[in-house]
Design a protein around this ligand. Structure first.
Ligand SMILES: [Zn+2]
Length: 275
């Protein structure tokens, strides 16, 4: 399959828009990067089989390569390029009108392990929700994934709010004190995030990506009216934002302390200089 992200991350049984060529030999073979159980690390995998031929589907003009329209299912074998032992397998369904592809099988299954940083800070109940959420996501069950991830956010948002001032300079702390207190008291998680989403210090913003804004948008959808697919997209945003926030906050608290202290010193010096 020419699409790397599709193979590496896309859930099962969910359509993936793709322009399928008319003949199967026109499909590219791509390398993927996934976890190898033998090497116990992320490795490059190469596709080792050819797109399968079958008598019935031989096309006169292209020899053994058959038309994708007739060939509804294809299998892909991938071998770890480092150990040359561990393999991954995929079964792909070709959409009837050649406008999409769909994973209908994958072994070993998509990962449901919890990222290291997240694992350290959430308790058992939320670890369970995370795995269930990831499992739902991997099978394309958007509503289920959305609800599980939302429960984790509801559970840890206060802890996150408590940590925000660690990333603020004295000047910022002063400005944000009142809204932060208000957010702490607010019961509704979405409203809580609404209050603080624009107060996020620059150190917590990656590029133009404000994880709290993304989280707020994703939490604001009407779960009772949205489709499974829309919930799936929003579930992914919630999970990514959660992982991103936790990664920065709990890995960088020490690092950011130094940064903030030096910022405070510089600002103080500048103030004195230009008084
Ligand atoms: Zn390997």
């Amino acid at each position: 399959m020419p699409n790397i992200k599709f193979l590496e991350e896309h859930p099962l049984y969910t359509q993936f828009p793709f322009e399928v060529p008319e003949y199967i030999h026109q499909l590219e073979k791509v390398n993927i990067n996934m976890h190898c159980s033998k090497c116990d690390n992320i490795r490059t995998f190469n596709m080792t089989n050819d797109y399968r031929d079958s008598e019935e589907h031989v096309h006169p003009d292209v020899g053994n390569s058959y038309a994708t329209k007739k060939n509804k299912y294809i299998t892909l074998d991938y071998l770890c390029a480092a150990c040359k032992v561990f393999m991954r397998f995929f079964i792909i369904k070709i959409g009837e009108d050649l406008t999409y592809i769909q994973k209908i099988g994958q072994y070993p299954p998509l990962d449901i392990s919890i990222p290291k940083e997240l694992k350290k800070i959430i308790d058992e109940e939320y670890k369970d929700y995370y795995k269930k959420g990831k499992n739902s996501e991997n099978f394309g069950h958007g509503i289920g994934a959305y609800v599980y991830y939302r429960r984790i956010i509801e559970g840890i948002i206060n802890e996150f709010i408590e940590k925000i001032p660690y990333f603020m300079t004295n000047e910022e702390k002063e400005k944000y004190k009142e809204p932060l207190d208000r957010a702490k008291k607010e019961k509704n998680t979405t409203t809580k995030i609404e209050i603080i989403k624009d107060l996020v210090p620059p150190i917590l913003i990656q590029g133009r990506f404000n994880p709290l804004k993304a989280l707020h948008e994703a939490l604001s959808i009407g779960i009772h009216v949205e489709s499974d697919l829309s919930c799936l997209e929003n579930a992914k945003i919630i999970r990514n934002s959660l992982e991103f926030i936790v990664e920065i906050i709990f890995r960088d608290v020490e690092k950011s302390k130094e940064y903030i202290e030096s910022m405070d010193k510089i600002k103080k010096r500048l103030k004195e200089k230009y008084k």
